[in-house]
Design a protein around this ligand. Structure first.
Ligand code: NAD
Ligand code: UD1
Length: 337
């Protein structure tokens, strides 16, 4: 089977490619083809994927918005299924540069889906996000809850989900997984690949790791007056290797089933910011300075997944502990940051 991965040099894509290339699952991957334009990643990640997996893959440097490039790719390789990670993902930046987000995420997805359609490729696993649940649903979040968005990034995820649902409605030959990720953290246990954002991180874990590595002075804790056990925000953190395993399970499912399914990938458990700080201190062996500041606009107090559908449909369950997430994340960060 030949799999195309868009955005495979990125954080989640690189870990998923390692899993795809390993032989620890029921899929038989003959050729893995990765396309990435390195807009938010570096070529050495791909070298590291090769080194960890001990297997080669085909890499095409390019932009998924380029129809000529995408047609040539699908003409050259007999693709059986696509895992679609390529996209811009920073919520704050999306409010500053909305057109860049609509162009990259929507045009890119449209060109990809059109090229798939014209080549008769109808199996896709798409990176959606828990952000599509908006701010007013009860916890744990279930897939059938209403969706909404509060920023351009979230709208792009909603629209891409909608495009794929409409496609499945128009043509029952499509097999589609909309994976709604909760908060992926950690790194491959080798310490070779992980999350390496440019500049000051927006997300909690890379920020904590940069403080632990001495690159930033202190973590701002965005509010300690939420209705949570210690007042700080609670999220469903999932090890990126578990998330990668979720993609394998989703791919196995779309190879066997038709139609479209939205599925949460999380652990079903919430962890507070202060608990994350404590767990990371244990991993790195020293204190992590922090200062409580005001709430970040747009944040909610608590967010975690209902994981029953992933278990029922994919037989998927996240296994790795918070300790492993922090230990693996630190192993990568202390070398790279
Ligand atoms: P990432 O930025 O590390 O990876 C995305 C990759 O796509 C990068 O390597 C980038 O260079 C590439 N890319 C972007 N636009 C492209 C284009 N037009 N053509 C070709 N390549 C392009 O992000 P990630 O954390 O690995 O996230 C992957 C996907 O998962 C994204 O779609 C993101 O929105 C989604 N997601 C991420 C999170 C998270 O917390 N990391 C949570 C929910 C959903
Ligand atoms: C953010 C995005 C969300 C996206 C998700 C995964 C926003 C408003 N939301 O959500 O759309 O789907 O990432 O990519 O950006 N925190 C601190 N200090 C920090 C950073 C974060 O205290 O420096 C807190 C936050 O208030 C939150 C928790 O840590 O309680 C996790 O934050 P973050 O990693 O940004 O993820 P989300 O808020 O879930």
């Amino acid at each position: 089977m030949n799999i195309l991965v868009t955005g495979g040099a990125g954080y989640i894509g690189s870990h998923t490619c390692v899993e795809l290339l390993s032989e620890s699952h029921g899929l038989s991957v003959d050729q893995l083809i990765i396309i990435d334009n390195f807009s938010n990643s570096k070529p050495d990640m791909l070298e590291k994927v090769r080194a960890i997996a001990g297997r080669d893959f085909i890499f095409i440097e390019g932009d998924i918005r380029d129809p000529g490039k995408m047609n040539a790719l699908f003409d050259t390789y007999a693709i059986d299924a696509v895992i679609h990670f390529a996209g811009l993902k920073a919520v704050g930046e999306s409010t500053q540069k909305p057109l860049a987000y609509y162009d990259n995420n929507l045009t890119g997805s449209l060109v990809l889906f059109e090229t798939m359609q014209s080549h008769g490729v109808k199996r896709i696993v798409f990176s959606s996000s828990a952000t599509v649940y908006g701010m007013s649903n009860p916890m744990p979040l279930r897939e059938e809850y209403p969706v909404s968005a509060t920023n351009p990034y979230g709208y792009t995820k909603l629209v891409i989900e909608r495009m794929l649902m409409d496609l499945a409605q128009a043509d029952p030959g499509w097999s589609i997984s909309l994976l709604r990720y909760f908060n992926p953290i950690g790194a491959h246990p080798s310490g070779l690949i992980g999350e390496d954002p440019n500049g000051i991180p927006n997300n909690l874990l890379p920020y904590v790791a940069k403080v632990a590595a001495g690159k930033l002075p202190a973590l701002p804790v965005y509010g300690d007056d939420y209705d949570t056990p210690d007042g700080t925000g609670v999220r469903d953190y999932i090890h990126v290797m578990d998330l990668a395993g979720g993609h394998i399970a989703a791919l196995e499912y779309v190879m066997r089933n038709r139609g479209v399914e939205a599925v949460n990938l999380g652990t079903g458990h919430g962890t507070s910011v202060l608990s994350i700080i404590r767990a990371f201190e244990k991993a790195c062996g020293h204190a992590i300075p922090y200062t409580v500041t005001g709430r970040r606009p747009g944040d909610i107090g608590t967010c975690y997944a209902d994981t029953e559908k992933a278990r029922r449909l994919y037989g998927f369950e996240a296994r790795r502990t918070l300790e492993e997430m922090c230990a693996d994340g630190w192993r990568f960060a202390k070398e790279r940051y």
